[in-house]
Design a protein around this ligand. Structure first.
Ligand SMILES: [Zn+2]
Length: 280
């Protein structure tokens, strides 16, 4: 294919940010800091390797995903505890905050709700930044490992992909049939996963996670949440997923009640105000 004469000029046009975030309502990180000082642990859920577990977090409480035993990636789904149709919207979160999330950034919910579900309040991997390969941690670019893509690429059936783990966990938690629960499973936040896009081919890559036991990612629940976390069969995702080959470790979910009185006057964010008339 021949290039047009002005190809270099067209390529040299500087990019503009699609969604400048200066008008995005900013989280009150000072308020969250006061609420997490003196917060009390209310419970924990251990997610076994190659399995998923559900957990509940009331609005105004915190939850942490903690690395225990060894480097392990977690695939996180979030729903409104009152309405499963309101769920984490990975794509719009990516459009607003970029490919990887850290402290001060938020997990946004699906249309027509589009409001913060959770705000990241602490990230012990915040030091990692963007490495020389363009990789970073906690991405919203991967979808989740799943048996359909695995069958497409490898031909076999593997039942402990994150998609299936999340489906079984949600079915067990809600009493929904597997076939119903599956439809509520959605694109994840890849907790602790180190990923990026190759500069030459633009392909999605992963590399061994820098997470170590004791690291955590902490969230403030903006609304009443039902969460599900899968301990990915890829382990630290340094080699392969969708098999039993990688060493895998459990992940711990801890929940915390805020310091008494620290959130006085705070209330969960309202649903998006667009009237849904769509110009009709
Ligand atoms: Zn996975």
């Amino acid at each position: 294919m021949t290039e047009p004469a002005d190809a270099a000029v067209r390529r040299a046009i500087p990019p503009v940010i699609c969604y400048p975030t200066d008008t995005l309502p900013a989280p009150d990180m000072g308020l969250y800091a006061r609420a997490r000082e003196g917060m009390d642990k209310t419970g924990e859920v251990l997610v076994p390797p190659r399995e998923a577990r559900c957990f509940h977090v009331p609005a105004g409480h915190f939850f942490r995903i903690v690395s225990v035993e060894g480097p392990q990636v977690g695939d996180l789904n979030l729903w409104s505890a009152r309405d499963l149709s309101e769920r984490f919207y990975s794509g719009k979160t990516r459009a607003l905050h970029g490919t990887h999330l850290t402290t001060g950034e938020r997990m946004w919910s699906s249309f027509p709700h589009l409001r913060p579900m959770a705000t990241i309040t602490d990230d012990t991997l915040g030091w990692y930044g963007i490495d020389a390969f363009g990789g970073s941690v906690h991405d919203v670019i991967g979808t989740r490992c799943d048996p359909y893509t695995h069958r497409l690429l490898s031909g076999g059936d593997y039942h402990h992909c994150c998609h299936s783990n999340l489906t079984r966990a949600l079915a067990a938690e809600t009493g929904l049939a597997l076939s119903e629960a599956e439809l509520h499973v959605h694109d994840v936040l890849n907790v602790f996963m180190c990923t990026g896009f190759t500069r030459d081919t633009g392909q999605y890559f992963m590399k061994a996670s820098p997470v170590r036991p004791g690291d955590h990612l902490e969230f403030f629940a903006e609304i009443d949440l039902l969460g599900a976390l899968s301990a990915c069969p890829g382990g630290d995702c340094g080699a392969e997923h969708s098999s039993d080959a990688a060493p895998c470790h459990p992940l711990l979910v801890e929940t915390y009640r805020p310091a008494p009185g620290a959130l006085d006057g705070w209330s969960p964010p309202a649903r998006n105000g667009y009237p849904r008339s769509h110009g009709a």
